[in-house]
Design a protein around this ligand. Structure first.
Ligand SMILES: [Zn+2]
Length: 232
C-alpha cells in the first residue's frame, strides 16, 4: 500500500511539473498579469478521476515549480503539496465533474476576453476554425462572485459541450483533453475575442452562414467523440 502511494507521488510530480510548465507558458503568452489566472490538470489516479493538480493561490504563474503545485480531491481536501490551491478551484472541479472529456482547464483575465465579457453578449461564429476548434459561439457566463459556487455553476452552463467560454466582467476559460490543448484553446480564444472587438468597432458583424456552422459543429462533435473513445 505504502509502495503504491509512493509510486503515485512520483507520477504526480510529473503532472505537477506539467501544470507549472503550462502556467509559465500562459504567462509568457501574455494571457495573464500579476497574480491572476490559474491552470489545472485532472489526475487519473488508478482509474479514479477525482483528483486535480492546480496552481496555487496568490502566486504569479511566471515562475512556479512542480513542488508549488498542490494536488487536491474534488471535495478540496489536500492530497499533496504545501501551497494553498487557487481560489478558483471550485470552478475547475465543477468543469471536471460536468465534462468527462476535459482533462485540463485554464482560466485567465486576458485583455480582449475580459473586454468582450462586459456586455454579456455571446461571440457568434465569426471565423470557420472557431467552430471546429471551440465547438460554436463563445457564450458569456452570468456574473458570479470570484471563487463562488455560483460562478462555477454559471461557467458550466455557458461552456456546455464547447471548449471555451467567457465569465462576465471577469475573463475567460479554455478547456482541453490535456494541458497542451487547453493552452492552445486559451490563446485562440483571446485572438478570437480580439477579432470580435475590432470587428465591432468597424460596424456590422457578419457571421458565418448557418449551413457552414452546422457542418463545422458536426466535425467538432465527431472529433470530440473520437477523443473520448480513444481515452477510454
Ligand atoms: Zn479569475
Amino acid at each position: 500500500m505504502g509502495e503504491d502511494n509512493n509510486k503515485s507521488k512520483v507520477n504526480w510530480i510529473k503532472e505537477r511539473e506539467s501544470v507549472a510548465n503550462t502556467a509559465r507558458s500562459v504567462h509568457h503568452s501574455g494571457l495573464v498579469s500579476g497574480k491572476s489566472g490559474n491552470v489545472s490538470l485532472r489526475i487519473n489516479d488508478n482509474g479514479k478521476t477525482n483528483l486535480m493538480a492546480i496552481t496555487p493561490s496568490r502566486q504569479s504563474l511566471s515562475c512556479l515549480t512542480a513542488e508549488q503545485i498542490p494536488v487536491v480531491d474534488f471535495d478540496m481536501n489536500p492530497v499533496e503539496g504545501q501551497c494553498i490551491p487557487s481560489s478558483e478551484s471550485l470552478m475547475h472541479v465543477a468543469i471536471y465533474k460536468s465534462r468527462i472529456d476535459v482533462g485540463a482547464v485554464i482560466h485567465t483575465h486576458s485583455l480582449f476576453s475580459t473586454v468582450a465579457s462586459i456586455t454579456g453578449d455571446k461571440i457568434p461564429a465569426i471565423v470557420d476554425e472557431m467552430v471546429v476548434t471551440i465547438g460554436g459561439p463563445i457564450y458569456v457566463a452570468d456574473y458570479g462572485f470570484p471563487g463562488s459556487q455560483d460562478l462555477a455553476d454559471n461557467i458550466c452552463t455557458s461552456l456546455g459541450n464547447r471548449n471555451a467560454a467567457l465569465l462576465r466582467n471577469h475573463g475567460a476559460v479554455g478547456v482541453g483533453t490535456d494541458l497542451e490543448q487547453a493552452l492552445e484553446i486559451s490563446v485562440f480564444t483571446e485572438r478570437l475575442t480580439k477579432i470580435f472587438v475590432y470587428s465591432k468597432m468597424l460596424g456590422k458583424i457578419n457571421g458565418i452562414p448557418k449551413e457552414s456552422v452546422a457542418a463545422e459543429e458536426a466535425i467538432f462533435e465527431m472529433m470530440n467523440q473520437r477523443e473520448i473513445y480513444s481515452e477510454g
